[in-house]
Design a protein around this ligand. Structure first.
Ligand SMILES: Cc1cc2nc3c(=O)[nH]c(=O)nc-3n(C[C@H](O)[C@H](O)[C@H](O)COP(=O)(O)O)c2cc1C
Length: 531
């Protein structure tokens, strides 16, 4: 190559660099101070950095660095160039006026004919806009991901809500069906009860028939229990009856008496006996409905008895844990599978152990209405432990709930004759109770099966379903719901001859006054007297 050619080539290269869009920088080959010294900077470089060419020549590119410049990138730059390789990197640099920008640059070696590095040449570009776009894109991507996550969550919640709704609809439909079934079967059972009662009163009946009558009585009683459970299962309001201070040990000690008959029949069939063991060190008191709680305990004890065909022990223990009472009922029976332990409180889960399959779901419902919880687990060495947790009684809470109770006393008045109905409704409304009315016995019973009431008032003169029929149907399916009935003096003698469990709780005279009804409510413990 001639000198002329070399000159033209040099000139052209400089021209090309000067007009290049990217910044071009040529430095000396020393990396230690005062090197690398800038020997050449093109127009794009001065435009990018704000420095004039005269300010740059002889200086080091370190003048572009600042607090945000990445030291690790600079370390890598030095070692890469020292290794004889070209460097590619990104970092933050600062213009002459101090504004930062994102820089991407490539540094190459300029070598002589022996391969020794004589200079470095760098091509740089401002990638601030690109970085911003990338970070925007990243943000957008993150937002999109979060929105998609939220959407998935929302869809999931919607699905859950839909499932719940379907379940509620299913229960409502079943509830309506159940109310109808309870009504019809209760009616159908009335003559059976009558017949059995009649048999019991007849002396001339042979002993075997009397025994069969007793069995029939027990079976029908059980059917009524099942119906009462069914009705209670669909009960959607608050717990019926007053909330009171309930001493748990006192309730628990009643269990053996109530379950004795089942224990005997089991002892008859099986090889061994059933015994109870108690560990009740404290006189723990909870706030609740004693009848409902006893029902739960008895239900669990009966399950335990059924699970021990060869006999065994039912251990009932009680302790206080913080603000809760914890009652455990364990048996030494056949036990339950893992699956059943998890599902046994669901409605309709049926095992030979649980009769209708409604028992445990009703127990859970009652305990939950007492703001408590119930769980089942394996007992050691075998059998099942049911653990019940209920908040302890707090005196002030009871007073409040008792006062509250008066305000929302739910009364169903099933009376014939507009005048009587109106009179009852007016007096009860004056006393602050909620009153529902029905003009006939059938309509009244339908309402009773569909909903829950704290008191039923009825009238013996109703036809064709009389007030006596109403009272007996109520007492059979819900023995805890008080019934008051309007009767004549003669009728009251007849009522007194009925079996105790079918008798109404109060009798009302034809002419009723507010103070009389108040007395009756107070007698039934449905009214808190201020006096
Ligand atoms: C050709 C060339 C161009 C360079 N351009 C820049 C630049 O634009 N910005 C920068 O921060 N450092 C640049 N450097 C790097 C610094 O000048 C210096 O070499 C680097 O900070 C490593 O030295 P140190 O370890 O003493 O910091 C360049 C280096 C060379 C050789």
């Amino acid at each position: 190559m001639t000198d002329k050619h070399r000159f033209i080539r040099h000139d052209l290269l400089e021209l090309a660099a000067a007009y290049a869009e990217n910044s071009v920088l040529v430095t000396t080959a020393e990396l230690d101070l005062p090197g690398p010294q800038i020997l050449y900077a093109n127009t794009a470089f001065t435009r990018l950095t704000g420095y004039g060419v005269s300010e740059l020549l002889g200086k080091t590119p370190r003048i572009l660095q600042g607090p945000e410049t990445d030291k690790n990138v600079l370390k890598r730059l030095r070692s890469t160039l020292q290794d004889g390789k070209d460097f590619v990197g990104r970092t933050v640099n600062y213009r002459r006026d101090g504004t930062p920008f994102e820089l991407e640059w490539v540094i190459s070696h300029l070598r002589d004919s022996d391969g020794r590095t004589t200079h470095y040449v760098a091509v740089q570009r401002d990638i601030t806009a690109m970085q911003q776009a990338e970070s925007e894109l990243g943000k957008f991507d993150a937002e999109l991901r979060s929105a998609s996550h939220q959407l998935t969550q929302t869809v999931h919640n919607l699905e859950l809500a839909e499932q719940k709704l379907a379940e509620r609809e299913r229960l409502t439909t079943l509830g309506e069906m159940a109310a109808g079934v309870v009504h019809d079967i209760s009616n159908a059972l009335t003559p059976v009860f009558g017949f059995v009662e009649l048999l019991h009163t007849m002396d001339s009946i042979p002993a075997e028939v009397q025994t069969l009558a007793s069995d029939l009585d027990a079976s029908v009683e059980h059917a009524v229990e099942v119906l009462a459970n069914l009705k209670r299962h669909y009960h959607s309001g608050p717990s019926i009856g007053t909330s009171e201070a309930v001493e748990l040990p006192e309730l628990v000690y009643q269990i053996p008496d109530i379950t004795r008959a089942r224990c005997w029949s089991m002892n008859g069939k099986g090889k061994g006996g059933i015994c109870f063991a108690f560990d009740l060190p404290t006189n723990t008191v909870v706030a609740g409905n004693r009848t409902e709680l006893l029902q739960v305990f008895v239900n669990l004890a009966l399950n335990a008895i059924d699970a021990m065909p060869d006999g065994g022990t039912i251990t009932i223990s009680l302790k206080e844990d913080g603000e809760d009472a914890v009652l455990a009922i364990s048996d030494t029976g056949v036990g339950m599978s893992e699956e059943l332990l998890k599902t046994c409180f669901e409605p309709y889960v049926t095992t030979s152990r649980f009769g209708t399959g409604l028992g445990l779901s009703v127990c859970r419902r009652i305990i939950e209405m007492h703001r408590g919880s119930i769980s089942a687990s394996h007992a050691s060495p075998h059998g099942v432990t049911f653990k019940i947790r209920i908040p302890l009684f707090v005196a002030t809470a009871n007073l409040e709930s008792a006062a509250d109770k008066n305000e929302r006393l739910r009364v169903l008045s099933i009376c014939g004759g507009q005048q009587r109905q109106h009179q009852v409704e007016t007096i009860l409304t004056n006393l602050g109770a909620g009153v529902w009315t029905a003009d006939s016995g059938d309509e009244g019973l339908r309402r009773f099966y569909e909903s829950d009431f704290d008191l039923i008032i009825t009238d013996s003169s109703l036809r064709p379903t009389s007030g006596f029929d109403v009272a007996q149907a109520v007492k059979r399916t819900s023995p805890n719901v008080p019934v008051a009935i309007f009767v004549t003096p003669k009728e009251s003698t007849y009522l007194a001859s009925l079996p105790q469990h079918l008798q109404p709780d109060a009798m009302l005279p034809a002419q009723i006054t507010q103070s009389h009804l108040e007395d009756t409510l107070a007698q039934l413990r449905l009214l808190n007297r201020q006096s």
